[in-house]
Design a protein around this ligand. Structure first.
Ligand SMILES: Cc1cc2nc3c(=O)[nH]c(=O)nc-3n(C[C@H](O)[C@H](O)[C@H](O)COP(=O)(O)O)c2cc1C
Ligand SMILES: [Mn+2]
Length: 490
């Protein structure tokens, strides 16, 4: 942040971002890897660690010289750099700083169409189209194929009112000019697609598979309906995002992206997609017919960089960590905008992909405040998709700590009294707990538990006080007698 506390995003595209990451000393090069197995093994080795390196694969076997793949953008000190904040902030300070800086009263700046940009350094059409030459890996050993679209987002346009959207939908490689695009029901790309298909028309699409990390982060986040994510990014950078027009569809494409696949999604065309190791840690979606992009053009920069962001199954990974930072901020702001007072902290826990288990702390003001906070936290724009358990607790709990949050739940709730269930809520197809018969009907809904772990409002003054030491006493104990632990295994 600068002196007046404004974050500064120090890069405009993936290359400038990479230079910043190099300055932090966090980039490692892997040469001569095999996309069938090695890349997935590297992902397994590094993506779970909070401070794992950014890895750039060069000379991937079987791929053209100069083509690269970048893995693990959001970790280490580059985590904060990516959002424009000082490296020493904690994940909570980063999330709340991001919210304050970018989600409160900041105006979007419309993107600007420019004539040309580095993305047009290579234009492949007709017989030159070959999606298979990029270093798309098999990410997990049981995956059904190579995935080019993980660190991706797809740009589409509403055929009725022209609303542009950028959303992250995974993309499997099928052949030289066919790539899957899996849009879950209710996502903005799926809403656009349905409208085209109702008219019997193909949907034009531009799938970006390598580019500005910030654009990827916004593409994978629940931005409001009707808003173009690139106009939000313009607001974040304080200047319009430069975009060129795709030569086939006329859709806006980031002028400084690395690799873009442009084409059409046809109403009648489906190919069996998956299985793919999903963020819920299961192959829940299985292998099913899926919409595909009929590729009409590929654009890429010289020595292009494919961005890889695969989910790594059970346990926190890079994807869960960035979602936690950004979704927690989104939900906290959604709640405030919906009129919930005194929301102190919201944390979407990394376990469960930062989508399924959220802690909220409030300073209780009136009877029913906790219920209001819990129900809105469960079903606002940032949370409605796939959230499963929400725990609302008091302001003395640091809800970013899983231990502290569970402790509050265990000691301040009574299961029969404190759990409210919401039925028929929006779920992700990646949820393995959707029963097979229900999944077959396309009814991707589930129930959500809202757990009130606040001291009961009407007898809060009689609630036993906590013997958890204050931060001051804990520090005093550490300073004075912490030496007793020296030399012992913790
Ligand atoms: C790496 C990554 C992969 C994702 N894959 C999919 C996917 O395959 N299908 C899907 O519907 N949503 C997927 N999502 C979630 C959506 O991108 C996310 O919910 C986003 O809000 C969708 O954009 P939209 O709100 O503009 O529709 C993915 C998110 C990320 C970050
Ligand atoms: Mn959107």
């Amino acid at each position: 942040m600068t002196a007046n506390n404004k974050p500064v995003i120090a890069y405009n595209d993936l290359r400038e971002w990479l230079a910043e990451a190099e300055r932090l000393g966090e980039v490692r090069i892997v040469r001569d890897a095999d996309w069938k197995e090695d890349v997935g093994l590297v992902a397994e080795a590094i993506l779970r660690a909070e401070n794992g390196p950014c890895v750039v694969f060069e000379d991937v076997q079987g791929c053209p010289k100069g083509f690269r793949l970048l893995l693990n953008m959001f970790a280490g000190r580059r985590r904060n750099m990516t959002l424009g904040f000082p490296t020493e902030l904690t994940k909570w300070e980063l999330s709340d700083g991001y919210r304050e800086a970018f989600l409160t009263g900041r105006h979007n700046i419309p993107h600007e169409i420019v004539e040309t940009g580095p993305i047009f350094e290579n234009i492949l059409m007709g017989d030159e189209i070959d999606v298979e030459k990029f270093p798309s890996p098999i990410w997990h050993d049981k995956d059904g194929g190579r995935y080019i679209g993980t660190g991706t987002y797809s740009i589409t346009r509403d055929p009725d009112d022209g609303w542009l959207n950028a959303g992250a939908y995974r993309g499997q490689v099928f052949d030289k000019n066919t790539v899957g695009i899996l849009m879950a029901p209710g996502h903005h790309g799926a809403i656009h697609c349905e409208k085209y298909f109702k008219k019997g028309e193909p949907m034009p699409v531009a799938m970006v598979v390598g580019g500005d990390p910030l654009a990827f982060l916004l593409g994978g986040l629940e931005a409001p309906y009707g808003v173009f994510e690139f106009d939000m990014i313009g607001g974040m950078r304080g200047k319009p995002e430069k975009m060129v027009r795709g030569k086939i569809t006329g859709l806006p494409i980031p002028a400084n992206a690395e690799i873009v696949i442009e084409g059409y999604v046809h109403p009648e065309k489906r190919i069996v997609e998956g299985p793919f190791g999903e963020w819920t840690g299961h192959y829940a979606g299985g292998a099913k017919p899926c919409t595909v992009i009929d590729v009409k053009a590929i654009y890429h920069r010289n020595d292009p960089i494919l961005l890889g962001v695969p989910p790594m199954g059970a346990g926190p990974d890079e994807m869960a960590r960035y979602r936690a930072v950004m979704r927690s901020a989104t939900i906290k702001q959604n709640m405030t905008n919906a009129g919930v007072p005194d929301v102190q902290q919201v944390w979407c826990h990394e376990v469960g992909g930062a989508r399924m288990f959220h802690g909220v702390s409030i300073k209780q003001r009136y009877p029913g405040h906790a219920t209001q906070a819990g129900l809105i936290a469960a079903q606002c724009g940032g949370s409605a998709y796939a959230s499963k358990y929400i725990v609302v607790t008091d302001e003395d709990i640091d809800v970013t700590s899983l231990e502290a949050l569970i402790w509050a739940m265990l000691t301040r709730s009574d299961p029969r009294e404190s759990i409210q269930i919401i039925d028929n809520a929006w779920d992700s197809p990646a949820d393995p707990r959707i029963p097979p018969e229900k999944r077959m009907t396309g009814d991707m809904t589930h129930s959500v538990a809202v757990i009130n772990a606040c001291r009961p409002f009407h007898w809060r003054d009689k609630f036993p006080i906590s013997n958890t030491p204050t931060a001051e006493i804990a520090r005093k104990a550490r300073d004075k007698f912490g030496w007793l632990l020296d030399g012992l295994q913790s």
